[in-house]
Design a protein around this ligand. Structure first.
Ligand code: PAZ
Length: 325
């Protein structure tokens, strides 16, 4: 269509791109089962009464999404995200009285496992002469704490863990989560720490079988993933409190990009971080201020998510109060 006669607004185009992304995505495995779990979780947690923060639910996204290159996927594009930020933040949100929907990349860091060695099964346990399995003395406190706190949160119905691998699964589940959280209104929070892919191969144009190297150099066009953040914020959960993350490797453009994201997607907060210093420093950007949050470097075990979540919980509380007044 000629640009002069094209009456579509950029918003219409975005809706079409998003519709086409979802229509052509491979169907989610067990979508109805995920919706059922979500509805039960929200039903249970929105009825809580009492202490500060109860009745509030946060969706924490964590880890990186993959972009498959073949339908029967052998190869895929991935990114650096370990899921540490999402896992640690989940623990602090639970401590602050939130119920947490943890949307995480399969195999990435898990809440309550941060103090365990990399391969807990092989490093924390030993087999006795009688072939009984027991916890190694040196790890017993850490294992007890991890299992106790994890079971407490999951069995207590305060933590719902939903895994994804691809960008297709991630966005489809995020949509289900947003729909299920709508009725929470301002008590809902989205904390979008996952590193979601910006480019993908549309399912329709993806080859079925493994790409053959005998065919010569690989020439493949990636399409931009539609800016779902905009519909998530405006249409799927319009009353919720939104925190997104901005990651850059060039510190000269970081704050400017965070400001742009804040305005473009109408985020309440954008957390700006640089790849190499992300565990030491972040900047919390809102429409009125920029607050640096630092890890307490005097304490070996301190992490930056502790002061970060404290600050974000305060911001969410002000948002809830302002909306009620
Ligand atoms: O997962 P991780 O702990 O290794 O890193 C956290 C992070 C850098 C992925 C997160 O803080 C973040 O910035 N997420 C958004 C990345 C983005 O701009 O796409």
């Amino acid at each position: 269509m000629d640009a002069a006669t094209n009456s579509e607004t950029p918003q219409d185009t975005l809706y079409e791109e998003i519709k086409s992304f979802f229509d052509s995505a491979p169907p989610l495995k067990d979508g109805p089962g995920i919706s059922k779990k979500l509805n039960e979780f929200i039903e249970r947690n929105s009825q809580s009464t009492g202490g500060e923060g109860t009745g509030r639910v946060v969706c924490v996204t964590s880890g990186g999404t993959t972009v498959p290159l073949e339908k029967r996927c052998v190869r895929y594009i991935d990114n650096f995200s370990s899921g540490h930020r999402g896992a640690a933040s989940t623990e602090y949100f639970l401590k602050a009285g939130y119920s947490v929907i943890f949307l995480y990349r399969r195999g990435s860091c898990q809440p309550f496992c941060r103090s365990l060695p990399e391969d807990p099964l092989l490093e924390c346990f030993e087999v006795s002469k009688e072939l009984n399995i027991q916890v190694h003395q040196s790890h017993s406190e850490a294992v007890k704490r991890a299992i106790g706190e994890h079971c407490g949160a999951v069995e207590g119905g305060l933590l719902l863990k939903l895994p994804f691998t691809t960008i297709f699964e991630y966005l489809q589940i995020l949509q289900l989560i947003a729909m299920s959280m709508r009725n929470l209104q301002t008590r809902a929070m989205f904390y979008l720490a996952a590193a979601a892919s910006d480019f993908y191969v549309p399912w329709k144009s993806m080859v079925e079988h493994k790409i053959q190297s005998a065919s010569g150099p690989l020439d493949m066009q990636l399409v931009q993933v539609p800016k779902t953040l905009s519909v998530l914020r405006n249409d799927w959960a319009p009353m919720a409190f939104f925190i997104s993350f901005k990651l850059e490797t060039d510190s000269n453009i970081l704050l400017q990009k965070a400001d742009m994201a804040l305005k473009k997607y109408k985020m309440h907060v954008v957390v700006a971080n640089e790849l190499s210093t992300r565990k030491e420093k972040v900047v919390v950007v809102t429409s009125s201020e920029k607050i640096s949050v630092l890890r307490d470097s005097t304490e070996a075990d301190a992490d930056i998510e502790n002061p970060l979540i404290k600050l974000l919980v305060e911001k969410h509380s002000s948002y809830v109060e302002d909306s009620n007044s």
